[in-house]
Design a protein around this ligand. Structure first.
Ligand code: CTP
Length: 402
């Protein structure tokens, strides 16, 4: 997989907070993503969670205060700081934030940060009042001005019983921020990639609509793969899935809504990837009021929708944008023949053909079995793989073209 976290060394600082236990999950997720994770716990961090937990999930030594001068390394803080590609402090307490803002060297973690040459990311966690205090706000301002990336805090229930901003952002989201951070130097940097996802909803009346079985999973995976390659990604979606960190999301409902947004966003896009299952037909008239049973069986007259890809293809002939057009062909028979026909009639650069009747492929599942049919070059028949792997293959092909 094109995973920008793989092979990176991350210094994970864990300070004392009720959220300290969540850092173990973050350390585990980073390790699973292929990072080398060096954990440094402050004394207060150790009161909430032992170093052994981190050692167990990272497979590496977790450092504590006693290692500052007494550990195996000669000057452990310098080595830790220098080795890191990124320092992440999660959770970051008000005390550690204050120490960092003023360049204090009062424990292993803060000296390691001073010795580091890499970016600093912090995920504050504290009570709402402490977070809102002008001293904390000023310290965060200083850190941000110096280039630190501050993630959160999130709003919600706090250990004190208060509700408000102060909760550490969830590990999965912090992981997303780290992934986004490392992706920015990818080979598609500076390129805008527009991706559509999900099945459109065509309203019949205020409560009913016609839709299809598309879950949006393949489109979201494509958006993630494009981000991982460094692109600026806009995702036009009907689905309600968690969006990858860093993506610009535009939510739409119908084929007409999607057309409007795609047309607008395509004006400066390098690539359009139409992974959405757009309705081919829509009710001719949307009833203002809910259709009632008493009025008898309703007659539903449908009319064709505008083909978004065809329309954007026609615009491209005038403007030159988007430079690369990708369609999907969901077929239940004559896969290659039908996909090839769509590639030509919609004037695309690539079509991703998938047999929706194949086992473990197509709608709703996490895997897919596709054939990539580029306008120029040989077709690639891919074996059954995860939708994320399919997405990586599509993006790799686009990156080669570029
Ligand atoms: N598509 C589109 N606008 C539409 C319908 C489809 O842009 N109104 C796009 C889809 O997002 C997909 C490609 O066209 O990338 C092919 O969609 P598909 O439904 O397989 O093909 P259709 O051209 O609609 O033909 P059919 O449904 O008859 O197979």
């Amino acid at each position: 997989m094109n995973n920008p976290i793989a092979g990176k060394t991350i210094l994970l600082g864990v300070t004392g907070s009720i959220a300290s236990y969540k850092a173990a999950d973050l350390a585990s997720k980073l390790t699973q993503a292929g990072a080398k994770v060096d954990v440094v716990l402050t004394e207060k961090g150790c009161s909430f969670i032992p170093p052994l937990t981190f050692q167990s999930v990272t497979g590496r030594k977790a450092f504590v205060e006693a290692d500052l001068w007494g550990g195996e390394g000669h000057v452990v803080h310098i080595e830790l700081g220098r080795a890191a590609d990124l320092v992440v402090i999660a959770p970051a307490s008000a005390n550690t934030i204050a120490s960092l803002a003023y360049g204090m060297a009062n424990n292993l973690l803060t000296v390691a940060v001073l010795a580091s040459h890499c970016p600093l990311m912090i995920a504050p966690a504290m009570d709402g009042g402490m977070f809102a205090h002008p001293a904390t706000q000023e310290n965060l301002r200083i850190l941000k001005e110096r280039g630190a990336i501050v993630i959160g805090p999130a709003e919600g229930h706090l250990a004190s019983g208060l509700t408000g901003p102060g909760r550490m952002v969830e590990p999965l989201d912090i992981l997303g921020h780290i992934r986004y951070h490392f992706s920015r130097k990818g080979n598609l940097q500076g390129k805008k990639i527009l991706v559509t996802a999900g099945g459109t909803r065509e309203a019949i009346d205020p409560v009913r609509f016609i839709t299809n079985r598309s879950s949006g999973k393949q489109g979201y995976a494509v958006a993630q793969a494009a981000l991982d390659a460094g692109a600026d990604v806009t995702l036009v979606t009907t689905a309600d899935l968690p969006a990858p960190v860093g993506v610009k999301v535009v939510s739409v409902e119908s084929a007409a809504d999607m057309l409007k947004v795609v047309e607008h966003e395509s004006r400066d896009a390098h690539v359009l990837i139409m992974a959405a299952a757009v309705a081919d037909f829509t009710p001719e008239k949307v009833q203002d009021q809910k259709i009632k049973k008493e009025t008898g069986m309703p007659a539903l007259t449908l009319q064709p929708t505008i083909d978004i890809l065809k329309k954007v293809s026609a615009i491209r002939k005038q403007t030159g944008f988007p430079k690369f057009l990708v369609g999907f062909a969901a077929e239940s028979k004559d896969l290659i023949k039908n996909a090839q026909k769509k590639l030509e009639s919609k004037d695309l650069d690539l079509i991703v053909a998938n047999d929706i009747l194949a086992t473990n492929a197509g709608f709703e599942v996490d895997t897919n079995r596709v054939i990539l049919l580029p306008r120029k070059g040989e077709p690639q028949t891919l074996p059954l793989m995860s939708k994320q792997e399919v997405a990586d293959k599509i993006i790799n092909l686009i990156a080669q073209w570029d």
